[in-house]
Design a binder for this molecule. Structure first.
Ligand SMILES: [Zn+2]
Length: 154
């Protein structure tokens, strides 16, 4: 039985096509302005990470707090909450559907992270909520640039 309302389905579908989102474009623009060259959604790397900065052996993932359930982690059996983000809500209806969906998303992220680490990639996960205000962006961008500088390959 199909228990997904049309409104929910369109929400799910739009998340699948969430390429070139505003938060991601902001990070890309910042990198470019600071002289870093990068590849976007590299098909040669498992999980097609959002941004690859080869010069710093670094991957940058810009994650939406709702879809990737910011603050929830996969402990190998279930999702556990490690911090609280107000955007990482759980819809009240169709619980089973959403729980399964979030479980898949968080679990997939964890698998990709493991594979990237095994291949020697550094990873920066940028949560959408860390880019909302100008002040937050400033802090987040400073963190990214510091990390890139430290990991630059000469
Ligand atoms: Zn968040």
């Amino acid at each position: 039985m199909d228990t997904i309302t049309p409104e929910m389905r369109s929400k799910v579908m739009s998340a699948i096509h969430s390429r070139d989102t505003l938060p991601e474009m902001r990070v890309r623009k910042m990198l470019w302005a600071n002289g870093y060259r990068f590849r976007v959604c590299d098909k040669r790397i498992v999980g097609h990470p959002d941004i690859v900065v080869p010069k710093c052996r670094t991957l940058i993932e810009v994650r939406g707090c709702f879809w990737h359930q910011h603050g929830w982690e996969w402990d190998g059996r279930k999702l556990v909450q490690t911090s609280i983000c107000p955007t990482a809500t759980r819809p009240k209806s169709n619980r089973a559907f959403w729980n399964a969906k979030f479980r898949r998303n968080v679990c997939r992220d964890a698998e990709h992270e493991k594979a990237w680490a095994a291949d020697g990639w550094n990873l920066i996960v940028v949560w959408e909520c860390a880019l909302k205000t100008e002040k937050e962006r400033e802090k987040t961008f400073a963190f990214i640039l510091r990390h890139l500088k430290e990991n630059e390959i000469h």
